[in-house]
Write a protein that binds this ligand. Structure first.
Ligand SMILES: NC(=O)c1ccc[n+]([C@@H]2O[C@H](COP(=O)([O-])OP(=O)(O)OC[C@H]3O[C@@H](n4cnc5c(N)ncnc54)[C@H](O)[C@@H]3O)[C@@H](O)[C@H]2O)c1
Length: 412
């Protein structure tokens, strides 16, 4: 049974799904193959991913491959109710509503898992949490899973180290065709698109503080520089800090950067990166946004309790008045801003990530029964196949090694 905000939004949702589909050529190529070969015939799949137009296209692709698909979100603020209704109208079971409270969110994820899936697609690890806890009865039939994001993979590795993981999982995030493009170019572009659309303030000449210079942070910093901003990076890893310096950014501690930033973006996967001692130093009007998976990177509870007033400035921006009169502005309540206050990554980016997902799931169906529980790299052939689809779609040719060159590479 579906859990939707409003079935009547289906038409609008279908329009969004079809718009995204036109920019997803790798999925189109896979659809041709999957419709012919039906590699997921008879398979039940539960998906927990940000429920918007690109994800809907992935769910429909899995359906075209023969699977019965049960889709839910992975963050209450990123679910788009019209897309959820549109996806349901195509015959996918959907249990997701925008902005639901934590108890309802858990109910919706549990409802999706009650299909007793063979395969599970997770984004952030909330399905895994349930399958190892209050929904453990549904874990028995799980052949394997895929995990979309950095934070989810870290959680799974921690669970594996504790000997408590029940099934094998492909770390889709770690595939080259995922993190090199999705985390860097997708997050880089969509974070600033969301901040611009939400705030409507000028970026050029301002100072952006980017916390974390991993795959996402590199993209966020690169695009900030491209938009004419001065970029300060904060890091805890010496190598990444040096990389940021050599990329032309200023590196300092958050204690120093707090007073300098007009915009702050956290992308670390770690909690309390911006804490009360930083709020005390920030400029009046500073805009704070998180792009890490969970809403823990900015200490929102402390921001709230240390403020004299909290009020809605604009849609998706809360103002927090400080005892000295300064106002700090928080986008999307500290949840990942590009999805909760924007449209997420561009469709061309998710085309690659979701092509990896679809191939990883079909592969997991075959190999899962013979794998021990654990976190596995996506087979290299999947990266190669998706990159070939993408190159073909871009109309880009690349050179091939000659036999002599091949032999030369292997000589010693
Ligand atoms: N918003 C999105 O659309 C989106 C997309 C992909 C990933 N993510 C999420 O973004 C987060 C980062 O992902 P990633 O792939 O860049 O991870 P990553 O591991 O490549 O990078 C994280 C970086 O943060 C640094 N870091 C850790 N603690 C820090 C601290 N206290 N201060 C400053 N730097 C610190 C680490 O040293 C590392 O360089 C994860 O939560 C991931 O799930 C979000």
């Amino acid at each position: 049974m579906n859990i939707l905000r409003d079935e009547g939004l289906a038409g609008q949702g279908r329009q969004k799904i079809e718009w995204a589909r036109a920019y997803m050529p790798a999925l189109a190529r896979l659809r041709e193959v999957f419709l012919r070969e039906k590699p997921l015939e008879g398979t039940v799949i539960a998906t927990s991913v940000h429920l918007e137009a690109k994800t809907a296209n992935l769910a429909l692709l899995l359906k075209d491959a023969g699977a019965e698909v049960f889709a839910t979100g992975c963050n209450p603020l990123s679910t788009q109710d019209d897309v959820a209704a549109g996806l349901a109208s195509y015959g996918v079971a959907v249990t997701a509503t925008h902005g639901c409270d934590p108890a309802e969110y858990t109910r919706q994820l549990s409802a999706a898992l009650s299909c007793s899936p063979h395969l599970v697609l997770d984004d952030g690890g909330d399905f895994a949490e349930l399958l190892h806890g209050q929904c453990s009865e549904y874990a028995a039939r799980v052949v394997g899973a895929t995990e979309e994001t950095t934070t989810g993979v870290s959680r799974l590795r921690a669970r594996m180290a504790a000997g408590a993981l029940r099934y094998p999982v492909y770390a889709v995030n770690d595939a080259d065709m995922k993190h090199l493009f999705d985390n860097r170019y997708g997050t880089g572009e969509s974070v600033w698109a969301a901040i611009m659309a939400t705030s409507n303030v000028l970026l050029a000449g301002k100072t952006a503080v980017v916390a974390g210079y991993g795959w996402c942070g590199r993209g966020v910093a690169m695009r900030a520089a491209g938009l004419g901003m001065k970029v300060i990076v904060t890091e805890i890893d010496a190598v990444k800090a040096i990389e940021a310096v050599m990329d032309g950014h200023t590196v300092m501690t958050m204690d120093e950067a707090a007073a300098c930033g007009d915009f702050f973006v956290t992308v670390t996967g770690v909690r309390d990166v911006i804490a009360p001692r930083h709020f005390h130093k920030m400029k009046d009007g500073a805009i704070l946004a998180n792009a890490g998976h969970f809403d823990v990177e900015i200490d929102v509870a402390a921001l709230r309790s240390g403020s004299t007033r909290c009020f809605e400035q604009r849609a998706n921006i809360l103002g927090f008045e400080q005892p000295d009169g300064r106002v700090l502005n928080l986008i999307a309540e500290g949840r990942l801003c590009n999805i909760a206050a924007g449209n997420g990554h561009p469709a061309e980016i998710m085309d690659m990530s979701f092509a990896v997902q679809a191939l990883a799931l079909t592969d997991m169906l075959k190999v899962g029964p013979s794998l021990n529980p654990g976190v596995y790299n996506v087979p290299r052939e999947i990266d190669i196949k998706v990159s070939a689809y993408k190159l073909a779609a871009l109309g880009v040719g690349i050179d091939k090694l000659t036999e002599a060159q091949e032999a030369y590479r292997h000589h010693f």
